[in-house]
Design a protein around this ligand. Structure first.
Ligand code: T46
Length: 136
């Protein structure tokens, strides 16, 4: 799977009552079957999460409240920063990407849609191992 980070815009179904965003599996916005949903909230100020890559996982990250920054390191060493600060924006991460989540606002709720069930064996948590995998 090619390593890729793509920012996705969702189209809200807004009317006089407010906004609604609907996401469907196997769509342009979520191009995989969703097997798991998790969310990160109540983060400690200044904390940095992540610091790992995945071997075989696709995910869409959405900050549905507040804001946080996702730093993605690609296999060629390029770093990309995406500030997620509005519920109509998501980040699709596919393939071998080292990711960090940081600069969480106090009210941040980061929801993640994942293509696979939780499997610790899919994680690369050692940065040197990540670089070795990238060199292959
Ligand atoms: C990712 C980023 C964006 C589970 O038991 N089930 C789960 O589905 C997940 C995601 C985690 N866990 C356990 C594993 C650890 O004992 O929850 C604990 C915290 O997980 P972790 O330290 O991996 O959390 P983050 O915030 O560093 O990373 C998470 C995801 O794990 C990861 O896949 O891409 O969010």
């Amino acid at each position: 799977m090619e390593a890729k980070v793509t920012e996705i815009q969702f189209v809200p179904k807004g009317d006089a009552r407010g906004q609604l965003i609907a996401l469907e599996a196997l769509s342009e916005q979520v191009p995989f079957e969703v097997k798991r949903v998790y969310y990160i909230f109540d983060t400690t100020p200044g904390t940095v999460r992540g610091n790992h890559a995945h071997k075989n996982l696709k995910q869409v990250l959405i900050c549905v409240s507040g804001a946080c920054t996702i730093v993605s390191e690609m296999p060629d060493g390029t770093k990309i920063e995406n500030r997620l600060d509005w519920p109509n924006r998501g980040l699709l991460i596919e393939g071998l990407v080292w990711r960090q989540m940081k600069d969480f606002s106090k009210d941040a709720v980061l929801i993640v849609l994942a293509s696979e069930h939780y499997d610790e064996a899919d994680y690369i948590r050692d940065y040197n191992q990540f670089k070795k995998e990238c060199a292959k």
